[in-house]
Structures are given as C-alpha cells and as structure tokens.
Design a protein around this ligand. Structure first.
Ligand SMILES: Nc1nc2c(c(=O)[nH]1)N[C@H]1C(S)=C(S)[C@@H](COP(=O)(O)OP(=O)(O)OC[C@H]3O[C@@H](n4cnc5c(=O)[nH]c(N)nc54)[C@H](O)[C@@H]3O)O[C@H]1N2
Ligand SMILES: Nc1nc2c(c(=O)[nH]1)N[C@H]1C(S)=C(S)[C@@H](COP(=O)(O)OP(=O)(O)OC[C@H]3O[C@@H](n4cnc5c(=O)[nH]c(N)nc54)[C@H](O)[C@@H]3O)O[C@H]1N2
Ligand code: SF4
Ligand SMILES: [Mo]
Length: 725
C-alpha cells in the first residue's frame, strides 16, 4: 500500500469510528447512581440519561428509605442543569467589586491570574494568609487538602450560621459532636421538635419515616413561634414566645426530676453531675416557665408525664440549629439532657450512635488530607487556642471578618469561597463587603451566580452534581456504608469539576505532588485501597453496605462517650476548665420595641436557601416570599392580608416592600419570612429583586454570637413594619 492509499485508508477508518461513536451516543440510555446536590442533605439518587441528556431523576430505588422518592427541589435538578442563567465560563472582574463588569477568560488565564496573586501573597505573608470556606459535608477531601498543601490552617465552613450551637452542646456532654448520633424515627413513640420543621425543611428519608411514625400512632410535640407545615401535622403544638426554648426545657426538666419521671437505671450508670442539675433547676418551676414561654404550666406537667410513659423511645431533637439566639447553646444542651434523662441514648426509638467502618470491623476510606503535614500556624479565628471551647476543625467564619480588618493575629489577604455564599448566609452583606474589600484576592467557585460570586475578583464555573464525580462518601449509621456520586453527563459550557480545579491550582503553585491522580476513578481506587471493596461493588446499587444488619450496642454496658469521665457530663469538664458554667441562669429575651418585631426565618419546601430562587421551575412554584405578621398586630398597624408592607432594619440602613400574610398563627412579637429571597444578581432574571432577603435586615449582627455555642445569633434581629404607601 502506497502512502496515499494508506492515508486514505486511515481517513476511512477515522470516519467509520466517528460514525460508529455517533451511533453509540444516539442509542445510549443509561442509569447512573449519584447523590443529589440540590441541597446539602445529599440524598442518594438514580439519574436516567438518554443521548447524553438527563431525562429523569429519582431517589435511589435500592435505598428503602428513599424508595424512589425525591423532593421538589431534587426533581428541579433537571431545570437547574439546562438553565443558561448560570456561570458558563471563567470570568475575571473588570470594574469595581460587585459592579458586574466582567471579562470572559479561558481556564488557563483565570487559573494563572489566581496563581500569580496567590504566589505573591504566600511569598510575603505565608500560606496562612489564604482562607477558604465551603459548605461542609462529605466531599471536602480534595479542596481541604489543597489548602493544607499550601500551608494554611484557615479552613472554614458554613456551620457558624447553622448547627454550631448544637455541635458544641453535644461536645460538652458527650465529648464528641452532634453527628455522634442519629435519630431512630422508625421506632420512636414521641418526637419533640424545637422549630425543627421536618416536613418543610426537608430531609427526604427523615420526612418519610416521620410520616410513618404518625401513621402508626406515634406523637409529635412541635414548638415554634409560628405554625409551620410541621405544626399542622403535629399531635401537640406550642406557640412559644421567641427565644424562650431554654426556659421551656428548664421547666420540663424541673418536672421530670420532681416527679421522678426519668430513667433511674440509665442515669445512675451514665450521668456525671446529676446532683448539680437537680439543684440548678429547683427554682425553674413549670409555673415560672409558663410565664416566660406562654405555654400553660399544666400542659408542661402533662407533657412531661406523657413523654416519660413512652421512654426510652423518645427523641428530643436538639434542633438543627436550634433557633439562633444568644443562649441557644443552652437550649440545645438541655434538649440533649432530656434525652439522657429519658434514657433514650442507644435505645430503640431514641438517639443511636452512628456506627462507622471501624465499629463493624471494616477499614475506612483513605483520605488525602491525612497524607499532607498539618500547617504549624494557629488558626486566625482563635478557635482551639484562644477560644478552647470552640472546636478548631471548621472554626467560626464570622471571626474571620474581624481578623481580616485588624490583621490580628496575622493578615489574611486571599479568600477562596467554594460552594458557599457568605454574602447571603452571614448577616449584613453590606458590612461584610467593607471587610472583604481589604482582601487582595476574592475567588468564588460556584455552579450558580451567588451573591459572593458576583462580588468576587474571579468567578470559576463549577460543574453541577450531575456533571461531576465526587470523592466516595463514607456514610455512618446503624449500617455503615460507602456510596458513590458518579458523573451522569458531560459538563455543559466550560464548567469544570472541583477536583480538577484544585488539582490544577495546586500544580501551578508547586504542591502538585499531593495530587497525583488524573481522574476520579484512580482517586476512588486509592480511597478503597485496603478495604477489600472494589469499584465494581458499587455497580448494582450505588452503595456498598459494610454490615448486614443494624448494629446496636448494649446501652447499659457498651456506650462510648469521649469525655474525660467516659460518661455524659452534665457538669462538663471542657466548659468548667474554660471558666464557662455547665448550667447558666436563664435570661429573658429582649422584647421588641413598639412597632418593631423580631425577624424570624426558615425554609420553604421548594427552595434551598438563596440558590434556587432563579430555578426555572421552582421560581414558578414560589416566585417570592411574604411577611407573616400576627393578626392583632396587623390590625393595630392597619395592615390587611395581601397588603404591601414596608420593612426596615433596626438601624434604618435597609428597607424594602413585601406582601403581608396576616395570620393568628404567629407570635405577636415576631414576623417571619422564608430565607434567601431578595437576590441582587441581575443576570438571574427570574429571581432578581423578588421578595425580600432576611439576611439584608440583619445589620450589625456579623459579630453577635452565642458566646458558648459560637453560632451567629441571627435571630437577634429586629425590624420595623408599616403599611407601604
Ligand atoms: N438570614 C439567614 N441566614 C442563614 C439562614 C437563614 O435561614 N436565614 N440559614 C443558614 C443555614 S442553616 C445555612 S446551612 C447556611 C447556608 O448557606 P450556604 O452554605 O451559603 O448556602 P447553600 O445554598 O448551601 O449554597 C452555597 C453555594 O453553593 C453553591 N453550589 C451548589 N452546588 C454546588 C456545586 O456542586 N459546586 C459548587 N462549586 N457550588 C455549588 C450554590 O450555588 C450556592 O451559591 O445559611 C445560613 N444563613
Ligand atoms: N426545603 C429545604 N429544606 C432544607 C433546607 C433548605 O434550604 N430547603 N436546608 C437544610 C438546612 S441547611 C438546615 S440547617 C435545615 C433547617 O431546618 P430547621 O431546623 O427545621 O429550620 P428552619 O426551616 O430554618 O426553621 C426554623 C424554624 O424555627 C422557628 N423559630 C424561630 N424562632 C424560634 C424560637 O424561638 N423557638 C422555636 N422553637 N422556634 C423558633 C421559625 O419560625 C422556623 O419555623 O433544613 C434543611 N432542609
Ligand atoms: S432533600 Fe431534596 S434537594 Fe435535598 S438532597 Fe434530598 S432530594 Fe435533593
Ligand atoms: Mo443549615
């Protein structure tokens, strides 16, 4: 065969191969196991793909608690995927921060730009001058490793605005955090919820199981300042005065101890400091609690007796975030104490210890983070050293802000925000911006135009959960398991998966040696090394169970508390060593001034925080939020249902109008709006300026936080309301 013939033959082969692969693409129908990313619950899902297009998403049918089911947001994943109003290519800021003048960049240009800036900062101030925050969760290994590799201890997550008070309350009692336990709703007889709006602030599995709890005659006592969707389904609803959950718990504990309603065998065995609690609650009678909360004393007593009859199959949910007040640490702590008094720890229908691979004789997944030496510098926010009672892991993001301003204990010059939107989730965006302006570099990596992304110097488009594979997840529970998020489709536009972004940056910054893998599959294989499990084992169901049946420990013998005493420390060694009382006197929350209300917030079942307001489908179902206001108060202010009302922050710097929802089912001291609206990114035309953003009214609150729990006291927010002219 001559050269020309050979060339022609090869061209012929190439055309054939292209034709063949086109044919292949056309006929491909595929089911892919993945993990939903529409909110941070991360439910296991199955994605149906046809010709490279997502056609259908459902809950993983092999997971009995999902059984194919999904929530509205999860189903709207397809609408999010094919929406063009999301970042499509890397962008570098041209105008002033937040002005919205961008220049389109190639990935090389954007990564080089970031690298040059970071190199300069690291040379001058060290790696510690770089901070990174994310949204927590199981997929952090690679970006946390990146930060560690460049020598920074300053990793943060969102939790100062979420569950930090609960986390620290758990540590003070059990020596380990809130995720030590999960809840056995399946066998629970009485579930007590403090603003834990289980049917709207969704976890699909939990919501399903709690519906079944009601179906089989179990009880729910729900406590809130307003009648949420969960209140409607509850057996008992107490509409409390805002910020008084701690008082309620003290009244309940008083009754439980006075009337001997606790599990004496369990308390004798496991509790440290029972006497201290007993003497502390003597003065907090149900009558006293009634005056604080508005719940009749007789009902508190009846409830304590009723719940005790169902012990130990009862759950006092410590709150996800337990409404964020200045004393929420103690409301959470007393909810946990009630569980301990009921003996519900590791009891069927109570709180169970989440078992990990090590608890069932299996080896855990390898973690990249463990292969990189820990930076020697102390955290910039003081967590773990200046504030020893605050866990150092994710620190407290609100404490980063004063550190940026004061450069104390050292300067922070770059902030990488990954899968997180602090301008929308921490209080007071305008105050935050003034602090962020001191940075030399602000980078956002997002699959959506976040408020922070819009204010950043560089915005990198991140692949969506449907477009990427993530690191394998190790799930703890009664039956520990590993599960997989597998890429379902090719990234659209120029989006890139996060592992690629951080690996590329690491290589450019000269620390690529830690990131040797070239694709996720190799990384998975390395994660699994030594476990005896292979990738093929995930093919059938999308997960691999590490135990055949549920693992329960003997609750009178085998409980593993990580406190110094190995018991549940009502009197906490950690707190006392740091000069913090284990029991603290209750202080009545401030009453709003006349014409002003406490601003409460929460979730809608069809939105995720502030990031779905522009979703083509979800924006149609719920385009804007309303202001819930008590009927008597509304009448006094001349406001009728459906009126436009003007809401103004307590310092007068922010105001806006919104429709009023007038109802008897909210406490007169509070008004309420669904979180996350009032978005200000003009490129998102559906969500732009719709409704009002609770976070914008939280002026002056950036550094107001529960001093013991550490979480932002977002609910210490007051607004004035009047009928709009
Ligand atoms: N006023 C007020 N403030 C609040 C709350 C409130 O109710 N009211 N709620 C608080 C609570 S409980 C929490 S948990 C926080 C949550 O606050 P955030 O953590 O900021 O909120 P999220 O909506 O989880 O998402 C953060 C960002 O991640 C992006 N994202 C989603 N998926 C991906 C992905 O696959 N890749 C990348 N790179 N980015 C992605 C989203 O587009 C979004 O911009 O807010 C807190 N702040
Ligand atoms: N649909 C949907 N589901 C979600 C999310 C989402 O964005 N959308 N986000 C997830 C996240 S990150 C979280 S943290 C959870 C949050 O889930 P939940 O903990 O259930 O919290 P929220 O929906 O924020 O509701 C808080 C409730 O607290 C009430 N409240 C205010 N003040 C008080 C008070 O003083 N006492 C009591 N007892 N109640 C009070 C409010 O009225 C509101 O109903 O939801 C998760 N699930
Ligand atoms: S609760 Fe809904 S949106 Fe959140 S992960 Fe599960 S299915 Fe997705
Ligand atoms: Mo949260």
């Amino acid at each position: 065969m001559g050269l020309i013939e050979a060339l022609n033959f090869f061209i012929f082969l190439a055309i054939l191969a292209i034709k063949f692969s086109e044919q292949g693409v056309k006929d491909i129908k595929e089911s892919v196991f993945s993990i939903c990313g529409m909110c941070t619950i991360r439910c296991p899902i199955q994605v149906e793909v046809e010709d490279g297009v997502v056609k259908w998403i459902e809950g993983n049918p092999h997971d009995p608690a999902m059984a194919g089911r999904l929530c509205a947001k999860g189903s709207a994943g397809i609408a999010m995927e094919y929406d063009y109003e999301r970042p499509q290519y890397p962008m570098i800021r041209k105008g002033k921060r937040g002005e919205g003048e961008w220049e389109r960049a190639t990935w090389d240009e954007a990564l080089n730009f970031i690298t040059e800036k970071l190199k300069g900062i690291i040379e001058k101030q060290g790696g510690k001058a770089v901070a990174l925050s994310d949204r927590g969760g199981p997929f952090r290994d690679i970006h946390r490793s990146f930060l560690r590799a460049i020598g920074s201890p300053n990793y943060f997550n969102h939790d100062c605005t979420c569950a930090r008070n609960v986390q620290h309350a758990a540590i003070s009692l059990f020596g380990s955090g809130r995720k030590t336990f999960n809840y056995d709703y399946k066998q629970c007889k009485h579930l007590v919820l403090y603003g834990r709006n289980v049917f709207e602030s969704l976890r699909v599995k939990a919501a399903n199981t709690i519906m079944e709890l009601l179906d089989r005659g179990g009880k729910i006592t729900y406590i809130d300042v307003r009648a949420s969707g969960t209140a409607m389904k509850a057996t008992r609803f107490w509409m409390v005065r805002p910020g008084t959950d701690y008082a309620l718990n003290l009244g309940i504990i008083h009754t439980v101890l006075r009337d001997n309603l606790y599990d004496a065998e369990f308390t004798d065995k496991w509790l440290e400091g029972f006497k201290g609690l007993q003497s502390f609650v003597t003065e907090y009678t149900p009558e006293w609690a009634s005056r604080e909360t508005g719940v009749p004393a007789q009902e508190i007593v009846e409830f304590a007796h009723e719940v005790s009859e169902d012990k130990p199959s009862v759950i006092f949910h410590p709150g996800w975030m337990t409404a964020r007040y200045l004393d929420s640490f103690y409301s959470s702590r007393t909810a946990y104490i009630l569980n301990a008094l009921m003996g519900s720890i590791e009891a069927p229908g109570g709180l169970f210890f989440q078992k990990g691979p090590g608890d069932v004789g299996a080896k855990g997944l390898n973690a990249l983070l463990d292969t990189i030496p820990k930076p020697k510098d102390k955290r910039v926010d003081g967590c773990g050293w200046k504030y020893k009672h605050f866990e150092s892991g994710p620190g407290l993001l609100h404490l980063l802000y004063p550190a940026i301003l004061s450069e104390n204990p050292y300067p922070i010059k770059a902030y990488i925000v990954f899968r997180h939107d602090p301008l929308l989730s921490l209080p007071g965006p305008e105050e935050q911006k003034k602090v962020l302006d001191k940075l030399d570099l602000l980078v956002a990596i997002d699959s959506n135009y976040s408020e922070t992304g819009w204010y950043a110097d560089v915005l990198l488009p991140s692949a969506t959960y449907l477009e990427k594979s993530s690191v394998l997840r190790s799930g703890k529970g009664l039956k520990p398991k590993f599960d997989i998020r597998k890429q379902a489709i090719e990234p659209r536009n120029e989006a890139k998966p996060d592992w690629w972004i951080f690996k590329s940056l690491a290589e450019r910054l000269g620390v690529g040696e830690y990131f040797k893998f070239n694709d996720v599959e190799r990384f998975w294989e390395w994660q699994l090394e030594g476990t005896g499990i292979t990738l093929a084992d995930f093919e059938e169901k999308g997960f691999v169970s590490l135990a055949n049946k549920s693992v329960w420990w003997d609750r009178m013998k085998d409980l593993k508390f990580k406190t110094p005493s190995k018991k549940i420390e009502f009197v906490s060694s950690l707190l006392e060593e740091n000069g913090i009382p284990s029991f603290t006197p209750y202080e009545s929350p401030k009453k709003p001034e006349k014409g002003s209300f406490r601003l409460a917030f929460g979730r809608s079942p069809v939105h995720t925080h502030g990031r779905t307001q522009n979703n083509p489908v979800l924006s149609e179902i719920m385009p804007e939020n309303t202001l819930w206001i008590n009927a008597e108060e509304a009448k006094r202010l001349g406001i009728s249902n459906g009126d436009r009302v003007e809401v103004t922050s307590s310092d007068g710097t922010h105001s806006g109008t919104i429709y009023a929802y007038v109802t008897e089912f909210i406490h007169p001291e509070a008004v309420y709006m669904v979180h996350g609206f009032g978005r200000k990114v003009p490129w998102q035309t559906r969500g732009y300026n719709k409704g009002l953003g609770d976070y914008r009214f939280e002026t002056g609150l950036l550094n107001v936080y529960d001093p013991v729990g550490g979480a932002n006291a977002l609910l210490e927010c007051y607004v004035r309301v009047r009928k709009a002219s």
